[in-house]
Design a protein around this ligand. Structure first.
Ligand code: ATP
Ligand code: MG
Length: 739
């Protein structure tokens, strides 16, 4: 019998994972081993072999982007798009189910899903009777407590008194119950409720559960290592069918578990065999994504984590070793962005498409320097899974403060900040300001001054507005004495804007504060506030044509499951990556998660991974030396090549004119640390062992046999091999052969 074509080009283990359709199956394998491909092909295989109809397969992906991709891949494998698939994220799938059964949890099928702002507003009303001291127990934190309970599948009734926290003086559980009641009255749910309600329904309504168990003959789950408790419960309920069978296939990699901060439990993967007796475990060991060098580097890095399940990862691509992972030391974040863009430009000139490149950052604030440089050099880019730096809410707020400071008649900006943070300025007060401003053809700030000064506006709100106007005046005076950077810093501080985020305990708040710091840092690059505002307006205007190929810029978290030819990994410095928060909290656990994140980053690359670290970062107007990330030392020397290590600003205080020098491009001729010097010696010694390759030399390679050199530079050579054609290999792997 011939193999069906969708099973072509798969290795035996992958085929086993696809063809073992019946019974529980766990595919446990490292990055790039084809887990997602197995899942997609398995989907197609089940359909093509007639085992199930499209709507009888439940497939769960981690992001909407991943579901779209899987949908496309399945359509390609089948040769036509299929309708009626149950394919999506946990939340999307639950929302769809819940619309059908909403009445079981006291909702109607048209329930609304609240966003975070709405949730907070609602919670604020709900907590009233408890008189919670919101300074001590900020509401976003309380919402966080509730969300974590939901992640764990705990309805208010299931939260035992011992689970209750200190939060809100021990009233969190009661508030949670009241919050759920209010949501129900409003025919609304929050994101966590989608899973919570649906799981409750499956738990309490055997008829509904059985209907789904019968309907979903096969269940497929990607990125299983990042499921949280409620997702796990939901899956387990659906997978254990009445006749005792469970056709569930989960794929995952414990080394890529990076969402514990959102309640993910890597233990779910360890428990699989106990949960589903008779489960088969398939291990995939060949990585088809990355070159041997990239794999070697990534494997060496992750080996520093304890308590891993342990997996073998071997290069599966039959082309060359590839290039070593490059570690590039640069002077500062500007040089970092410049280096990355210069290289992209150079490769682009060589015919590489922009879509092949990705810049993966640890934290959102890092994108700013790259975005500006990309705009300046005219390289189209897209921020994946997030907003561009200057579009983020906190940046827009802070920019609005600056605009009013710079230009008091900027009414749009004033409207944005007048009640941010809350100053009791509601629509009525704004109305009053407008009514006074319009006929007099004056700005809102002037109108406010007049109304308050003349006693026409009084009370707490008027006091608050007056205080804001004073802060703005002070900031304007401060510019003269201390410069615009200090003045803006003071304004954001004194107006209470920064405190607003400091008091916010939602998971996004620290990132927003980092973004704000970065904004003030950027300000220091400009001579005046006016120049800066002008610059931002130009950057914001530079959105190119929509559909052309672009460089992807995103966080490491957002890059999970994706792959790119060339990946830039900037900011590998202590305090950036691993993050300051992780370092502050101490704990080996947090550090291991950061290391997994680094592993995810490196393994996104197919051909080239370039890691950068800057010797100096600016904190407000001051420079601070940074220490290269510990992860750099954990990358095995044999798979990395270090370039242009630079000394920190401290050591080069006397050096001027560095802004215009590309520190990297001079090859790092500046003072080298002893370690770097040693490495360099080693590299030179190694290079000396490599034969001098001339174009036309006949050479021998252990793996590819005989060939002729067609190009050679810095330790690598392009060789036309007699058996396998032309490919790039490391020069040290070649021996000169007799003609
Ligand atoms: P991650 O852990 O990062 O999610 P993964 O295990 O899901 O990775 P895939 O994304 O499925 O890996 O596959 C990685 C790459 O290898 C893809 O480009 C895929 O098409 C390719 N690939 C997978 N299996 C094979 C194979 N047998 N032969 C050739 N290429 C393959
Ligand atoms: Mg995958």
């Amino acid at each position: 019998m011939t193999t069906p074509s969708h099973l072509d080009r798969l290795n035996p283990e992958q085929r086993a994972a696809i063809e073992t359709t019946e019974g529980p199956l766990l595919v446990l394998a490292g990055a790039g081993t084809g887990k997602t491909r197995v899942l997609t092909t398995r989907f197609a295989h089940i359909l093509l072999s007639g085992r199930a109809k499209p709507w009888q397969i439940l497939a769960v992906t981690f992001t909407n982007k991943a579901s779209r991709e899987m949908r496309e891949r399945i359509a390609t494998l089948l040769g036509e798009p299929v309708e009626g698939l149950w394919l999506g994220t946990f939340h999307a799938l639950c929302a769809r189910m819940l619309r059908r059964h909403a009445d079981y949890v006291g909702l109607t099928s048209s329930f609304t899903i609240l966003d975070t702002d709405d949730q907070l507003r609602l919670l604020k009303q709900v907590v009233e009777p408890w008189r919670v001291d919101v300074k001590r127990w900020p509401l976003p934190g309380l919402l966080g407590v509730i969300h974590r309970w939901k992640d764990r599948g705990l309805t208010p009734e299931r939260v035992t008194p011992s689970e209750d926290t200190e939060y809100a003086d021990g009233n969190a559980r009661a508030i949670y119950a009241a919050y759920q009641t209010r949501l129900r009255e409003l025919n609304a749910c929050d994101f966590g409720d989608l899973m919570l309600h649906m799981t409750e329904i499956l738990r309490s309504r055997p008829d509904v559960l059985e209907q789904y168990q019968r309907s979903f003959r096969y269940i497929l789950v990607d990125e299983y290592q990042d499921t949280n408790t409620i997702q796990y419960l939901w899956l387990r309920l659906l997978a254990k069918r009445p006749d005792g069978s469970s056709n569930i296939c989960c794929v995952g990699d414990d080394d890529q578990s990076i969402y514990s901060w959102r309640g993910a439990e890597v233990e779910n993967i360890l428990r699989f065999e106990t949960d589903f007796p008779g489960a088969k475990i398939v291990r995939l060991e060949r990585n088809y994504r990355s070159t041997a060098q990239i794999l070697g580097a990534a494997s060496g890095l992750i080996a520093h984590n304890d308590g891993r399940l342990g997996k073998t990862l071997r290069p599966g691509r039959d082309d060359a070793e590839g290039e070593p992972v490059r570690i590039v030391g640069v002077w500062d974040s500007d040089a970092e962005a410049r280096t990355v863009c210069e290289r992209i430009e150079a490769w682009r000139r060589d015919g590489h498409a922009l879509g092949e490149f990705a810049i993966l950052v640890r934290a959102g604030f890092q994108t700013r320097a790259f975005e500006e440089r990309l705009v300046q050099t005219g390289i189209p880019y897209r921020i994946v899974g997030g907003l561009r730096f200057y579009e983020r809410a906190e940046i827009r707020d802070a920019m609005a403060y600056m605009r009013v400071m710079h230009h008091p008649a900027d009414d749009l900006a004033f409207e944005r900040i007048v009640n941010t943070p809350k100053r009791g300025v509601g629509p009525a007060a704004l109305q009053k300001l407008h009514a006074a401003a319009r006929p007099a053809r004056m700005g809102l700030t002037q109108a406010a001054r007049d109304l308050i000064g003349g006693g026409a506006m009084r009370g707490k709100t008027a006091e608050n507005i007056a205080a804001l106007l004073d802060r703005l005046d002070e900031a304007r005076t401060l510019v003269e004495r201390e410069g615009h950077v200090v003045a803006v810093g003071a304004l954001l501080e004194e107006s209470g804007y920064l405190d607003m985020w400091r008091n916010d305990t939602s998971p996004e708040a620290p990132g927003r504060l980092e973004n704000l710091k970065e904004l003030v840092r950027a300000l220091a690059d400009f001579g005046s506030l006016g120049e800066f505002l002008e610059h931002v307006a130009l950057v914001m205007d530079a959105e190119g044509a929509a559909e052309e190929a672009r460089v992807s810029v995103m966080t490491l978290h957002g890059a999970k499951g994706l792959e790119f030819d060339t990946v830039f990994l900037p900011g590998w410095e202590e305090g950036v990556f691993p993050s300051q928060r992780t370092l502050d909290e101490g704990g080996e656990k947090g550090l291991e998660e950061e290391r997994r994140l680094a592993y995810v980053g490196v393994t996104r690359a197919r051909h080239r991974a370039i890691i950068l670290h800057a010797a100096n970062r600016r904190i407000y107007a001051n420079w601070q030396e940074s220490t290269p990330s510990r992860f750099l030392d954990e990358l095995p020397d044999e798979y990395v090549e270090r370039e242009g290590e630079v000394a920190s600003r401290q050591a080069r205080r006397d050096y001027s004119g560095y802004f215009s020098t590309s520190v990297f491009s001079d090859g790092g001729s500046t003072s080298l640390s002893p370690l770097v010097a040693k490495r360099r010696k080693l590299a030179e010694a190694l290079a000396a062992e490599a034969p001098t390759l001339e174009i036309g030399s006949r050479v021998f390679h252990q793996k590819f046999g005989y060939g002729v050199v067609i190009d050679a530079d810095r330790g690598a050579a392009e060789v036309a091999f007699e058996k396998s054609g032309s490919r790039r290999v490391m020069a040290s792997y070649l021996e000169l052969a007799p003609d």
